[in-house]
Design a protein. Structure first.
Ligand SMILES: *[C@@H]1O[C@H](CO)[C@@H](O)[C@H](O)[C@H]1NC(C)=O
Length: 539
C-alpha cells in the first residue's frame, strides 16, 4: 500500500514537473565520424528525458519512444564522397583534395529538398524548444530557426577556428590559430605565419562574397516556410540568422588537441561527449584475442573515409609482413577479405574502436589522426602513430607529436618501413605511454563529464530563451567599427582638410607677408642708398 503511494507520488511529480524539451537535431553530413557525433548528442538528450526529432544523414539503428528520425541519406554518401577518387593511387603522393564548401551545399540541399523535412517544418503543430545544427562550412540551415521560431545551437566537429568563432564573436589571429586544414600546428615560422594570413584572407573573401551567393540561393528555399506557419513577422534574412546562434558546442578540449585560446562565453568545449561512460563490451572473438595477447595489442585503423583495403597491393603486403614480424598482436580495421592474414594479425571489417582502446592490453593506436580517433586515444591514454591523410589530420598529428604521445609517419610507398621504425620507437620509449596517460589524466580531471555539460548547456539555452546574456557584443559591430576604420577615416579627412585648405591659405598668407616685408626693406634700402649716394656725391 505504502509502495503504491510512493509510486503514485513519483508518477504525479513526473507528470506535473516533466521538464523534457522538444529538440530538433540536424546532422546532414553523410560520413561515419559526423554520424558518431550526431548519435552521441541524440543519445545524451534522450537519456536526459528530452524528446528528439533527428534529421540525419546517418540515422540511429535502434529506436526509442522519444525519438523520431528523418533519414536524408538517399545515395547522398556516394555523391559527396565522389571527390575522394584518385586519392589512393599507386604512388600515394596526391593530396586528398576535399572541398568542404561543396559538400556542405550538397548536403544542405538534401535536407531542404527532403519531403519529410518539408512536411515537418510546414506543420504549425511541430513546435520545438531548441534546434541543434551541425556546423559544416555553411550557415544556411540557421534559417530553420526563423521558420520554427526557436533558438538554435551550432555543434562543431572541429577545433576552434576563425570561420566558426566569427559567427559568435570575431575572427581569430592566423598568427597562432591555424586554419582547419593547416598542414602544421603552431608555433609558426615567419613563412608559415604569412601563409596562414594569406589563406585566411583568401577564404574570408571567398566565403563572404562568392560562396554566400550560393548560400543565398539555398536559403531562399526556406523563405516560403517562414510565412507558411501563419506568423506575420517579417522574413528573416540569412545575414541576420547566420550570426544569431545562442551557443556553439564544440567537439574539442584544451586537454585534447584544442589550443588554450581565448573563447567567447557561448563557445562550449565538450570534446569527448560521444564516448559513453560505460563502453560496450567487445564481441567474443575480439575479447578473446585481446585477453590472450601476451605482448599487448596494436590497433591499426585509418578511419572510415579512406579505406586501407584500397592501398596498393605491394604496400598492403609489406604492411602485413611488418606486422607479422612483431611480437604484439595486431588488430587491423580492413574493409575487405582478400588478404592473407598471419598468426598475430587479425583483420576485421568493423571494429568497436572505443572498446578496443579501453582494453587494458591495448598499447598502441596507429591512426589517420581524425579528431575523434585522437580524442578517444587521449580519453583512454593510448599513445599513437599518426598517418595524416587530409583536412585537420595533419595538425592533429602534429599536436600529438608536440604533446609527446604521438609519432608521425607519412603516407608513402615506404610506409611499411617507416612504420616499423616508429613502432619500435614508441613501444621501447616509455615516455610516449607516460605522456598519453598524463594527457588522459588532465582530460578526466573535471567537474562533470563532457556529456553532462552538453546537456546542461542545451537546457540552459531553452530555460533562458536563447541565452542572450552569453552573447559577445563583437557581433553587433561592423568590421570598420571594430578596426576603428571610421576613426582612421576621420583623422584622414582632417589631414586632407588641413593639407588642401588650411596649408595653402597659410602658405599664401605667409608668402604675401614676405613680399610686403621684402618690398618695404627694398624701398628702405633704396632710400638709404640714395642718401648714401647723394652724400658721397656731395663729397
Ligand atoms: C535571434 O535569437 C533570439 C533568441 O533566440 C530571438 O529572440 C530573435 O528573434 C532571433 N532573431 C531573428 C532575426 O530571428
Amino acid at each position: 500500500m505504502v509502495k503504491a503511494g510512493v509510486y503514485l507520488v513519483v508518477l504525479l511529480s513526473y507528470l506535473c514537473c516533466y521538464d523534457g524539451y522538444k529538440i530538433l537535431v540536424v546532422f546532414p553530413i553523410p560520413t561515419l565520424s559526423h554520424g558518431i557525433l550526431g548519435e552521441g548528442c541524440v543519445r545524451l538528450l534522450l537519456k536526459a528525458g528530452h524528446e528528439v526529432t533527428y534529421i540525419a544523414a546517418m540515422p540511429l539503428q535502434d529506436t526509442h519512444p522519444n525519438l523520431t528520425q528523418i533519414n536524408i541519406n538517399k545515395k547522398q554518401e556516394s555523391k559527396i564522397l565522389k571527390n575522394i577518387t584518385n586519392f589512393i593511387n599507386p604512388h600515394l603522393n596526391t593530396h586528398f583534395n576535399f572541398d568542404p564548401f561543396h559538400t556542405s551545399l550538397n548536403s544542405t540541399k538534401t535536407v531542404l529538398e527532403n519531403e519529410e523535412v518539408k512536411r515537418l517544418i510546414s506543420d504549425p503543430k511541430q513546435i520545438f524548444d531548441v534546434l541543434i545544427i551541425e556546423w559544416f562550412f555553411s550557415e544556411v540551415l540557421s534559417g530553420l530557426s526563423a521558420v520554427l521560431h526557436c533558438p538554435y545551437i551550432w555543434l562543431s566537429s572541429l577545433n576552434p577556428h576563425w570561420m566558426i568563432l566569427e559567427l559568435i564573436d570575431d575572427v581569430t589571429s592566423p598568427a597562432y590559430v591555424p586554419s582547419y586544414n593547416s598542414l602544421t600546428a603552431p608555433p609558426f615560422t615567419f613563412q608559415q605565419r604569412v601563409t596562414q594570413l594569406w589563406y585566411q584572407i583568401r577564404v574570408y573573401y571567398f566565403k563572404h562574397f562568392q560562396y554566400s551567393i550560393e548560400e543565398q540561393k539555398l536559403y531562399s528555399l526556406l523563405i516560403p516556410f517562414m510565412s507558411k506557419r501563419g506568423r506575420s513577422t517579417p522574413i528573416s534574412a540569412l545575414e541576420d540568422m547566420r550570426y544569431n546562434a545562442s551557443l556553439i558546442l564544440s567537439n574539442c578540449d584544451a586537454a585534447m588537441l584544442a589550443q588554450a585560446i581565448s573563447l567567447p562565453q557561448n563557445y562550449k568545449p565538450v570534446g569527448g561527449f560521444h564516448i559513453e561512460a560505460q563502453v560496450k563490451s567487445l564481441p567474443n572473438d575480439l575479447q578473446k584475442i585481446m585477453n590472450n595477447s601476451k605482448y599487448g595489442v596494436i590497433y591499426f585503423s585509418i578511419g572510415s573515409i579512406v579505406k586501407s583495403s584500397e592501398l596498393p597491393d605491394n604496400v598492403k603486403r609489406e604492411l602485413m609482413k611488418t606486422f607479422s614480424e612483431l611480437n604484439q598482436t595486431v588488430i587491423w580495421k580492413y574493409e575487405d577479405n582478400e588478404i592473407n592474414t598471419l598468426k598475430n594479425v587479425h583483420i576485421r571489417k568493423w571494429v568497436p574502436q572505443q572498446s578496443v582502446l579501453s582494453h587494458p592490453n591495448c598499447i598502441l593506436f596507429i591512426t589517420h589522426g581524425g579528431l575523434l580517433s585522437i580524442t578517444e586515444a587521449i580519453y583512454f591514454g593510448i599513445p599513437i602513430i599518426g598517418i595524416p591523410l587530409f583536412s585537420d589530420q595533419y595538425q592533429n598529428v602534429d599536436k600529438s607529436v608536440i604533446k609527446g604521445f604521438g609519432k608521425k609517419v607519412q603516407l608513402s610507398s615506404m610506409i611499411a618501413h617507416d612504420l616499423k621504425i616508429a613502432i619500435n620507437e614508441v613501444l621501447n620509449n616509455a615516455s610516449y605511454l607516460e605522456k598519453a596517460k598524463e594527457q588522459s589524466r588532465i582530460y578526466h580531471d573535471r567537474i562533470v563529464s563532457a556529456g553532462e555539460e552538453l546537456v546542461h548547456w542545451v537546457e540552459h539555452v531553452v530555460r533562458t530563451r536563447g541565452a542572450p546574456h552569453l552573447r559577445s557584443p563583437a557581433i553587433t559591430l561592423s568590421f570598420y567599427q571594430k578596426l576603428y576604420l571610421d576613426l582612421i577615416g576621420l583623422v584622414a579627412v582632417i589631414f586632407i582638410i588641413i593639407a588642401v585648405i588650411v596649408l595653402p591659405v597659410l602658405h599664401s598668407y605667409i608668402a604675401n607677408n614676405k613680399i610686403v616685408k621684402t618690398n618695404t626693406i627694398k624701398t628702405k634700402n633704396k632710400k638709404n642708398n640714395k642718401i648714401v649716394n647723394s652724400q658721397s656725391l656731395k663729397k
